[in-house]
Design a protein around this ligand. Sequence first.
Ligand code: ATP
Ligand code: MN
Length: 466
Amino acid sequence: MDTLKRRKVRDLLKAEPGIEVLAKGWVRTKRGNRQVKFIALNDGSTINNIQVVAEAGKFDEQLLKDITTGASIAVKGHLVPSIGSGQAVEIQASEIELYGTCDPVRYPLQKKDTSLEFLRSIAHLRLRTNTFGAVLRIRNAMAFAIHKFFYDKGFVYLHTPLITESDAEGAGDMFQVTTLDLANVPVHGGKVDFSKDFFGKKTSLTVSGQLEGELGATAVGEIYTFGPTFRAENSNTPRHLAEFWMIEPEMAFYDIEDNMELAEEFVKFLVQYALDNCMDDLRFLNDKYDDGLVERLRSVLGIDFERVTYTRAVEILEDAVAHGVQFEYPVHWGTDFQSEHERYLVEKHFGRPVILTDFPKDIKAFYMKQNDDGKTVRGMDVLFPKIGEIIGGSEREASLEKLEARIDELGMSRKNLEWYIDTRRYGTVPHSGFGLGFERLLLFVTGMANIRDVIPFPRTPKNAEF
Ligand code: ATP
Ligand code: MN
């Protein structure tokens, strides 16, 4: 058997019949009668199974009995045209080796009720399902497409640290990183003595690589980060994870217009890439969970995203409320939009993705470029159907005086930020950037409804298993 080279199911399904082949994988189903068994074999390389036909007379009876759903096998045989399996070819088995049995009574994926929620409780096995196979392959394709997009444009992939000094970014609540013995914390003057901690100061897991990204952009021009970020926000929503992946491009010499153009081109590229390269998996998810999926993906490609200021968006939402639309959270100038407001703008009012700009400075971070009105900053959020915010970004404040004034105004410590402020001190340039939440993108591309179902091992409040 081992003189033949194993080929993946994805290749075999496209191969010309008439050859000897060796396939390995897990049994999805077995059916048939006393004379012949039909085994649907999957090895994770594609959503599609290859059908193995095993004539009972050729194989040991116990072997065929042990080939149950979930069992792992190697099959040698003849690749022949298939009539009944829905595929062009199938394997006429001549040898079968059983690697591992799978007790049909105990195997959890055997049950009919494999709801997404139930699967989350057996996350080590849910990856074997068709659904997660599809999600994982799409996730992989999107990661590749992200690198391709930026590489082809000459961006430099910058690795920013995961462990950072606290209180610098202000993008969300942070997980502290410490080697101090929590049962016996060193104290000095009534406070925790962080000089005794591993780094000699208080440190946390990063909530964003942006500030370090700006250092890269103001050195090599255009960079992007793509790595995990951590937020200890206690928001148990279908759109928030405590550990998620973020892509953060940062570009010297880009103003907010350039920034919006890049963001729009970027997400359209990714959606197009998915349609071009992941259609089998998209079709599967479309048919199983969300019959508007493929249509919705196509719909964002052909149109321009709507660009609208925050102030105008508030007017639209207030007008909607005046005409009887009900929101759970109130909306007026100065409030941060909730997902329901974002979705109203995208799905009901404009019927297309929206880029919101020029937010009240008090709901945005200190580094955003201040507008001349003294009230707003040059931020931009990209809002998508079904999800709301998928990208948050801005043109950055390039003026040393204005940046320092804003840091002081917010009562933040300039001392901890001197390394960052130096970018404005030595050859400051207009620059911009944004952050795309990788799992938010995947929510859109896969049509899954819960962000926990687009990451292999979700981390959420009270949940860090596996
Ligand atoms: P939201 O208001 O939706 O909580 P945010 O404004 O706090 O998001 P940013 O700080 O702008 O988010 O982060 C940039 C991007 O990272 C967001 O547009 C979103 O796509 C993603 N993101 C932010 N927080 C999370 C999270 N907890 N889980 C998954 N993705 C997230
Ligand atoms: Mn945001």
